[in-house]
Design a protein around this ligand. Structure first.
Ligand code: NI
Ligand code: MN
Length: 229
């Protein structure tokens, strides 16, 4: 049974059969994270949806510490390689790959992707943001990354067990569009993310749950909580 653990904002840890990956590990600079990066168990992989600081977070340091593979869109993967990460696996939108820990498909997200800080001056690391469809133990998780509602989501209809999606509005979908995203994908379970970390993305996850109604089971995870499926 795969287990998904929420660590605040858009950070999820996914574990199955002794393998563990983390998506968007924004921990040390996240006031709402339940743990710092040092508390994560041994990682096989670190998946990054885009270069914004609230997603790239501690990815480079974690990959170095654990010898974990960074999985990211090509340009962002190159950035991590230039920062000294040994195991970097670049992908791009529409591609998939079978890793020792599971199957990963990179899918469309409508958003920005620039890496902040020194890399941004050259523009070298401006990149396409993405979402991930990860299959482990026969179960499929769709982490949308930061995105608008997009028609492309319909391509995943009926293929997703658990969908993690933003509801915080302003930078991403708000509740109204997130409900439509659930209609598009028809996951068994929807888990809201990317809300409440900063004042501008305050949103009520219970209002999302109410509006989704019977379309899917909405599981609201507090940072530190896990969901097995
Ligand atoms: Ni972003
Ligand atoms: Mn974000």
């Amino acid at each position: 049974m795969p287990t998904l653990t929420f660590h605040g904002h858009s950070c999820f840890e996914l574990e199955h059969g002794g393998k563990r990956l983390v998506i968007d590990p924004f921990l040390s600079a996240n006031p709402k994270a339940d743990i710092g990066p040092a508390k994560l168990g041994r990682l096989d992989a670190v998946l990054i949806t885009h270069g914004h600081a609230d997603h790239l977070g501690d990815a480079v340091q974690l990959a170095k510490k654990h010898g974990a593979t960074i999985v990211a869109p090509y340009e962002l993967a190159m950035y991590c390689g230039d920062r000294g990460v040994e195991n970097v696996h670049s992908m791009h939108i529409g591609g998939s790959h079978e890793f020792p820990f599971g199957h990963v498909k990179m899918v469309v997200a409508i958003h920005g992707g620039m890496v902040e800080g020194e890399a941004s001056a050259s523009g070298r690391y401006t990149t396409s943001p993405c979402g991930y469809v990860v299959t482990m133990g026969g179960k499929t998780v769709y982490h949308t990354g930061d995105t608008a509602l997009t028609m492309d989501m319909q391509l995943l209809q009926g293929r997703v067990d658990v969908m993690c999606l933003p509801i915080g509005d302003n930078f991403t979908m708000g509740i109204e569009d997130a409900v439509r995203a659930v209609e598009f994908v028809k996951p068994k379970v929807a888990i809201p993310m990317h809300f409440g970390t900063f004042p501008v993305i305050e949103a009520d996850p219970m209002a999302f749950k109410t509006q989704v109604g019977t379309r899917a089971e909405v599981v609201v995870l507090q940072p530190g909580a896990s969901y097995g499926f």
